[in-house]
Every structure is written in structure tokens, then in C-alpha cells.
Design a protein around this ligand. Structure first.
Ligand SMILES: [Zn+2]
Length: 240
């Protein structure tokens, strides 16, 4: 398990206070200990694998310092951190070392495939309150459906298709991208009125049809109905 850190400067791993101290331009700054972090993650993954009733396999945690210009420093008495913190160029040698260390296979190929699938289906993407984090008000966002060909706003919905007001590009499903963005930026559920405004559609019925076609679930009744926009929840691979 690799915890990759891209932090520049001189990085000192303090074994007593389990802290990483970064020095850059004569300024010292403390960071939470990445070794402790990756060890905790390795422990959590091991517990998770056990819960799924798969045979336990060895997990080796490593902190990888990705910035090649960073200087890594340890206490001379420190026996642990120098084994666990490596520059990225060391990765191939470490993998080789682990290959020699663990010669017996913990899983058959079939088990491994099952475990990989289980990991994929259990994956939940990190959804943050992104607007809040960058202090952007939802009213600052551009409304409407964007043309995927020329990037102009907005596309206009006519006779069941989207047409770009700038380049006349036609699209059947340009609203899907807009609703994906809405789910990431604003909320993972949307009402008919909100979608009407956001997509710039006048007809309540067309909005209803569009929302029903992208959302399997809805809650509430009549005007309070909220459609779930779960593009990134049930199918994380669509993020890419
Ligand atoms: Zn266009």
C-alpha cells in the first residue's frame, strides 16, 4: 500500500513525536505522520479483507516521497521509518524485495479476481463540499447545458434535442453531462423546478421525462419529488 506524498523541501521524520517536519526556506512546518497514516490504512484494509471472508494476505505499507528534489531525513537511532519511507525511484526495488519475501501465494487467481471485483464494487468516490471549500456561491456557476463541441452556453432544447445557440451542434443527451456536474457541484438530488432552471427548459413535462430517464430513484411526491443523481455512487467507473 503506497501513500504518495508530493511535498517539497527537507522532510524530517520525527520518531518520538510521530510527526513529519518540513523545512523550506528556513521555515519549519509540522505535518501529521504519513507513516502512521499508511499503517492505519493497511490495518483497515486488512480488517476489510477479513470481513469479506477472504484469506488474509500480507500488506506492506510504504510512504513514497514523489518529489525527487525533496530531502528525506531520519533520526540516526530510528530503525522503523527508514524501512517505510522511500523516494519514488526506489519502488521497483522494494517490489522485488517483497516478491522475494513472500513466495507463497495467498490467493488463487479466481480468489484474486473475486477480491478485485469486491474492491471495485465497494469503492465509494470522495465527494466533498467543493463549492464550500473554495467559497464559491452556487449563483456564480454558469447555468444551462454546455455545447460539447464549441463549449458555448447554453444549448436550447427543441423537439427533444439540444441545439447549440452558437455553432448549431445537435445533441440528444447533452443534459447528462450537465446533471453529472450538478451532482458533483451542488447536490446529488434535484427537483423538477431546480432542473428546469439549471437546464434552462421551460416545460415541466420535458424536464420530468429527462429526469426519469437518468434517475432510477425518486423520493417525495408531486411538486416535492426529488430525483436522485447517482451517476458517481452506483457506478464509480463513470467518473473516468
Ligand atoms: Zn456549439
Amino acid at each position: 500500500m503506497l501513500e504518495v506524498k508530493n511535498i517539497s523541501g527537507s522532510l524530517y521524520f520525527n520518531p518520538i513525536f510521530t510527526q513529519m517536519v518540513r523545512t523550506i526556506e528556513d521555515k519549519e512546518e509540522g505535518f501529521p505522520d504519513p507513516v502512521k497514516q499508511v499503517k492505519r490504512q493497511a490495518y483497515q484494509l486488512k480488517s476489510w479483507i477479513e470481513e469479506q471472508r477472504f484469506p488474509v494476505l500480507p500488506i506492506e505499507p510504504l510512504v513514497v516521497i514523489a518529489n525527487e528534489r525533496s530531502v528525506i531525513k531520519f533520526d540516526p537511532r530510528d530503525k522503523i521509518n527508514p524501512q517505510l519511507v522511500i523516494p519514488s525511484s526506489e519502488i521497483p526495488y522494494k517490489i522485488n524485495y517483497f516478491k522475494n519475501k513472500y513466495k507463497t501465494e495467498a490467493h488463487s487467481n479466481g480468489q484474486l479476481k473475486k477480491l478485485i471485483n469486491k474492491l471495485k464494487t465497494s469503492h465509494t468516490p470522495l465527494l466533498t463540499e467543493i463549492l464550500q471549500r473554495y467559497q464559491i456561491s452556487p449563483t456564480e456557476l454558469k447555468q444551462g447545458v454546455q455545447c460539447q463541441k464549441c463549449s458555448s452556453f447554453p444549448m436550447i432544447r427543441i423537439h427533444g434535442r439540444w441545439i447549440c445557440s452558437a455553432c448549431k451542434h445537435l445533441s440528444k443527451d447533452a443534459h447528462i453531462q450537465s446533471l453529472k456536474e450538478y451532482s458533483l457541484l451542488i447536490n446529488q438530488s434535484i427537483s423538477n423546478a431546480q432542473a428546469k432552471e439549471y437546464l434552462g427548459i421551460k416545460s415541466r413535462d420535458s424536464v420530468k421525462r429527462l429526469l426519469q430517464s437518468v434517475s432510477g430513484k425518486k423520493g417525495g411526491a408531486n411538486r416535492g419529488t426529488k430525483y436522485t443523481l447517482d451517476f458517481f455512487i452506483d457506478n464509480p467507473s463513470s467518473l473516468h
